[in-house]
Structure formats: structure tokens, C-alpha cells
Write a protein that binds this ligand. Structure first.
Ligand SMILES: Nc1ncnc2c1ncn2[C@@H]1O[C@H](COP(=O)(O)OP(=O)(O)OP(=O)(O)O)[C@@H](O)[C@H]1O
Ligand SMILES: [Mg+2]
Length: 179
């Protein structure tokens, strides 16, 4: 388990150590976001087999770096799994260019919300769980590079929980091939 954690940490550090300018655009391409979400869901379902994960995923084509987008999706879904109570439910929805991931975990206190995207920041209550606090800072960077936005909110209704909303510019159909 520690090997897996260390490998994840090294991957995250590599991702963050890449320069923030220019070069990324070169690796960006048209990506079927729905496929990336589905493949991240398959990976994350293995980590939380006792959870119920519902998914309503519609096509949305974006311009992004495929591996970075996949990593970002896994990070967000991994948080939802990690903070879910045993037997909990996670609702995933991709529609009209907005992805929402809603869990029914402890939620994030209002005074902690401004810190969630900081590198290495973890809520004091999260320190018993595995992780390094880099996940969401990588998500924020990837989303920003794709021209989108990400926000975490405390779920209003129901028994608390967190909703992550990611919006990326794109279209419901792939753009025509440029000859
Ligand atoms: N779905 C969530 N429910 C409750 N708290 C969350 C949720 N997502 C993130 N957080 C809080 O934000 C902190 C930062 O999240 P982030 O993904 O950056 O780090 P991590 O999950 O702790 O570690 P890593 O992603 O590096 O494995 C978490 O430690 C936790 O305190
Ligand atoms: Mg995380």
C-alpha cells in the first residue's frame, strides 16, 4: 500500500514540476471528455467496490492534454471515494460541458474551502486518510490549462457532502477534421 502511495506521490510531483508555460498547448488535442470520465470511473470503482456510483455522462469534446485530464478526473473521483462513508453513494454527471461529482461524505468547512487547491493542504480531519494534498492543485492546473473552471461547494440538501463542479469549453460534437 505504501509503494502505491509513493508511486502516486512521485507521479503528482512530476506533474507539478512541469513548466507552467507554453509547452502544454503543444500536447493538447481534441479529447472526448465523456470517454475520459468513463475510464476514470472504471479505475475508481475498483477502489470503492462497496460504494454506489451513479453516472450520467453525455458527450462533450474539449481541447486538453489526454493524460493530464485523465489524472485530474481520477483525482476528483478518488477524493469522492476516499471521503465517502461506508456504503455511500456518489453521483457523477457530465452534461453541457459541466461535470459534477457529488459525494455524501463529511463535506468541507466553509473556512477551509479557500485552501483546498493549495499544494499539500489537507484538512486536519483528513490526515488519517492516505494522500499528500496535491490532487486538487493538479486538478486546478489542468482545468485552467484547458480554459475551464473548477469549484468545490458544500452540498446544500441531503446529509451534507461535497460537490465538485468542473466546466470546460467545448462542444457536444467533435469538430470537423482540418484537411
Ligand atoms: N470530496 C471531499 N470531501 C471532503 N473533503 C475533501 C474532498 N475533496 C477534498 N477534500 C479536502 O481537501 C483536501 C485536499 O484534497 P487533495 O485531493 O488536494 O488532497 P488529498 O486527497 O488529501 O491527497 P492526494 O490527492 O494527493 O492523494 C483533502 O485532504 C480534504 O481535506
Ligand atoms: Mg485527492
Amino acid at each position: 500500500a505504501q509503494m502505491t502511495e509513493l508511486a502516486a506521490l512521485i507521479g503528482d510531483l512530476q506533474e507539478l514540476s512541469r513548466p507552467d508555460t507554453g509547452q502544454h498547448e503543444g500536447r493538447a488535442q481534441i479529447v472526448a471528455w465523456q470517454d475520459v470520465v468513463e475510464s476514470a470511473l472504471r479505475r475508481v470503482r475498483l477502489r470503492g467496490p462497496e460504494l454506489t456510483i451513479t453516472a450520467d455522462v453525455r458527450p462533450w469534446y474539449v481541447r486538453a492534454e489526454p493524460s493530464a485530464l485523465e489524472r485530474a478526473m481520477v483525482n476528483v473521483l478518488d477524493n469522492a471515494v476516499k471521503f465517502s462513508p461506508e456504503g455511500g453513494t456518489i453521483e457523477v454527471r457530465l452534461a453541457d460541458g459541466a461535470l459534477t461529482v457529488r459525494d455524501h461524505g463529511p463535506g468541507i468547512a466553509a473556512d477551509e474551502l479557500p485552501h483546498v487547491f493549495d499544494r499539500f493542504w489537507r484538512s486536519p480531519t483528513a490526515r488519517a486518510l492516505p494522500g499528500s494534498g496535491l490532487g486538487l492543485s493538479i486538478v486546478a492546473r489542468t482545468v485552467q490549462q484547458a480554459g475551464g473552471t473548477v469549484a468545490l461547494t458544500r452540498a446544500e440538501n441531503g446529509a451534507g457532502g461535497t460537490t465538485v463542479t468542473i466546466r470546460l469549453p467545448g462542444a457536444p460534437t467533435p469538430p470537423p477534421e482540418v484537411p
